[in-house]
Structure formats: structure tokens, C-alpha cells
Design a binder for this molecule. Structure first.
Ligand code: ATP
Ligand code: MG
Length: 373
């Protein structure tokens, strides 16, 4: 038989064949983009840990926006982002230009913007007025402008400036939208920045674990769309190994698919081998990076949780660490923001990042954890 191409997308940022568990967000945001009135979803912050699908969702929503007649400017929070946004906007607006000379891509005069102050220099003010003019022209033709900003970095002055300029555009009644995505701790420090306090009133979507039912439906559909099948038992095992984590869904699907590409059906042995490879990739790409970002205090908290078979009581952790409950509460908060643990019920937390417990256990047994302050 013909071997079909592998339909899974285990690379970062690619829009998967089926976006599992994001229906509600897609519906509400599509409605907002298609509405003639301004809806709150037009300003949204998406937060989620590595591999939860922030970039994929931003790309997907950017496509929805373009299909709904918006011009979309996609930027990553890096130095030079304001320049980049203006250049993209000019390019994408060129075909709608009333006056080509105004819209042509010229060399720009935005210098490196270092100061986080929004009052700023003349060049920064110019950015705002130039872009405001462009947006006005586009709005006159009933075209809105959506800015998507990935990998939010609140320490970047330009990032804060973009948000502040955006607020001006909204106040000027422009048809504009802003979707920003980032790691939870970056989103929460952005929300603490007083210059952009309006963002606290923005829509906030947390991309968490996807329910098993939706994981298994997305896996099966992806496989079926490409004319193969999967056993019920194999599907259940794959779903369990995925643990609601979007990146893992793609990894397990991808490696199970490649195990025996000539066979029409994916059985338990293909899936078991696929899971094993997927777990190695997950360690390399997600778990190591997450561990590297934990402070010694966070790490001690997580290690103290290993003593429990399942979920842990915060009160027990405080005793094990010999720290006050307010100090322990800070570690708890940081670990939740890092996506490592999640709150179960009052006073109870458990590991949320798939395989992190096993990973930590192994590291601890091998004496590979360094806890000095
Ligand atoms: N809802 C989803 N259902 C299935 N697969 C998904 C979903 N969202 C993302 N993916 C897949 O998961 C992987 C990770 O997605 P993505 O790169 O968007 O994550 P991210 O949150 O941006 O990660 P990072 O923080 O590292 O940038 C990609 O392979 C993507 O195709
Ligand atoms: Mg990303």
C-alpha cells in the first residue's frame, strides 16, 4: 500500500491537523474578530507552559483573523519588534493603500529603544503617529489590524511600549486587536507593570491540560484523516501517556506512526515504542528546560512532594521544608506559574507537567540535583 506522510507536527509552533481542546477559545475569538462592535476578547493574554500550544493557537487565530478581513502583524517580543511591526504592517497594507508613497516600505528611523518609559523620544512618538495613520487608513476601508505578540518578555521596553501604544489606538476608537502569548511567570510580571495596567482588564486565557476525551479524539481523527486506524487499547494507552499535554500528543502520534508505516493499523506495540521515543524527546525539549528555570527553593518544594504517592498537602510540605507557610506559599505560586504543579483542592497540589515527577525522582536517585542557593 501507499505510505502516507506522517500527519503529526511535533515541532514547535506548527498548527496541528486537529487543535484539541481549544474550541471554546477559537469560537469566542472568532466571534470577536467577526463582530462589528468591539468585544473584550480582542485584547487577550494567553498563558501556558512550554508546549501547551500558545504559538500554534496564535497562528491559528491569525489565520481566522485574515480570513475575516483583518491585517495581521505577527511579532515576537525581541529587540527591534516595533520596527518589525511597522515594516510588516506597511508590507501587508500596501495593496490597500490609498496613497502608495505613504505606505511604501522605507528605511525606518526607530532607534534601539532601551528605555521602558513610554513618554520616550521623538522617534518613539513618531512610531505611534505613523502606525496610527496607517491604521486609520486601513480602518477607513473597514480593515482592522491585529497584533500578535509571542514569547512575551516584560523586561523588554519595546514590549511595554507596544502595549501602551495599543491602548492609545483603542482609545482613539481604532479597529485594532492584540493577542499576546507567553509563559505564565512572564504574563504575571507583565500584569504587574503599572504602565500597562489596562492589561489586567484584558481577557486572560490559560492554556492548560487538555481533557483525555479530546486528546483521544484528536489523535484518532489525525490518524483516520490519513487513512490509517488505531486499536482502542492502543488509543487508550497513547492518551494516558500524553497526559493532556499538546506537545506530547504530537510526539506520541508522530513516533507511533513511524514505527511501522506500511501497516494500516497502529497497534499497542507501535504505540508503546512511540511513547518511549516521545518520552525521551519530552525530557530533552521540555523537562530539562523547565528544571533549569527553577530556583533552589522551588526545587526543594518539588522534591518534598515526591514523598507523597499522589497529591501533596501544602501543610505537609511546609513541615518537611521547615519553612513558614508564607514562604512555602511563594514557592507553590512559582511552581504553579511554571506549569510544574497545579492546585487540586484547597491546600492540595499535584504535579501537572507530565513526567516531571518521574524525571525528578530519577535525577534525585542519580544525585543530579543541585540545591545550593
Ligand atoms: N491544541 C492542540 N492540540 C494538539 N496539538 C497541539 C495543540 N496545540 C499545539 N499543538 C502542538 O504542540 C506542539 C507545541 O505547540 P507550540 O509550539 O504552539 O507550544 P508553545 O506553547 O508555543 O511552546 P513554547 O512555550 O515552547 O513556545 C506543536 O507540535 C503543536 O503542533
Ligand atoms: Mg511558542
Amino acid at each position: 500500500m501507499n505510505v502516507t506522510e506522517n500527519p503529526f507536527t511535533p515541532s514547535f509552533g506548527e498548527i496541528p491537523a486537529h487543535l484539541a481542546g481549544r474550541n471554546q477559545i477559537i469560537e469566542s475569538h472568532s466571534r470577536a474578530l467577526q463582530s462589528t462592535r468591539r468585544r473584550p476578547e480582542l485584547t487577550t493574554l494567553f498563558s501556558g507552559t512550554r508546549g501547551t500550544g500558545k504559538t500554534a493557537l496564535l497562528s491559528y487565530l491569525a489565520e481566522v483573523a485574515e480570513q475575516s478581513g483583518w491585517i495581521v502583524v505577527n511579532i515576537t517580543a525581541l529587540p527591534g519588534m516595533l520596527d518589525d511591526a511597522e515594516i510588516q504592517l506597511r508590507r501587508k497594507a500596501a495593496h490597500l493603500a490609498e496613497d502608495d508613497s505613504k505606505l511604501a516600505v522605507k528605511s525606518l528611523s526607530v532607534p534601539d529603544v532601551i528605555s521602558p518609559s513610554i513618554e520616550g523620544t521623538e522617534a518613539q512618538t513618531n512610531w505611534r503617529s505613523r502606525v496610527s495613520d496607517l491604521i486609520e487608513q486601513l480602518n477607513n476601508q473597514n480593515t482592522g489590524v491585529l497584533f500578535t505578540v509571542d514569547e512575551i518578555d516584560p523586561s523588554l521596553g519595546e514590549m511595554i511600549q507596544l502595549a501602551a501604544f495599543y491602548q492609545h489606538f483603542v482609545r482613539e476608537n481604532r479597529k485594532v486587536a492584540l493577542f499576546m502569548a507567553g509563559l505564565p511567570h512572564n504574563i504575571s510580571s507583565l500584569l504587574n507593570d503599572k504602565t500597562v495596567s489596562f492589561l489586567r482588564r484584558a481577557t486572560h486565557e490559560t492554556l492548560g491540560r487538555i481533557p483525555d476525551g479530546e486528546v483521544s479524539a484528536a489523535l484518532e481523527k489525525t490518524i483516520r484523516d490519513d487513512n490509517r486506524t488505531i486499536d482502542a487499547e492502543a488509543l487508550a494507552e497513547a492518551t494516558q501517556a500524553i497526559g493532556g499535554f499538546p506537545y506530547m500528543l504530537q510526539l506520541v502520534g508522530y513516533y507511533a506512526w513511524d514505527e511501522n508505516p506500511e501497516a494500516l493499523n497502529l497497534g499497542t506495540s507501535e504505540v508503546a515504542n512511540g511513547i518511549a521515543t516521545a518520552q525521551r524527546e519530552m525530557t530533552y525539549r521540555v523537562l530539562d528546560a523547565t528544571l533549569a528555570e527553577l530556583s533552589p527553593g522551588d526545587l526543594r518544594f518539588a522534591i518534598a512532594m515526591l514523598q507523597d504517592e499522589g497529591d501533596s498537602r501544602i501543610a505537609d510540605i511546609a513541615v518537611r521544608l521547615g519553612r513558614s507557610s508564607s514562604v512555602v506559599a511563594q514557592y507553590r505560586k512559582r511552581l504553579i506559574e511554571a506549569g510544574v504543579i497545579g492546585r487540586r483542592t484547597r491546600g492540595i497540589v499535584g504535579f501537572d507537567l507530565p513526567y516531571f515527577r518521574e524525571y525528578l525522582q530519577e535525577k534525585q536517585e542519580n544525585g543530579e540535583l543541585y540545591l545550593e542557593d
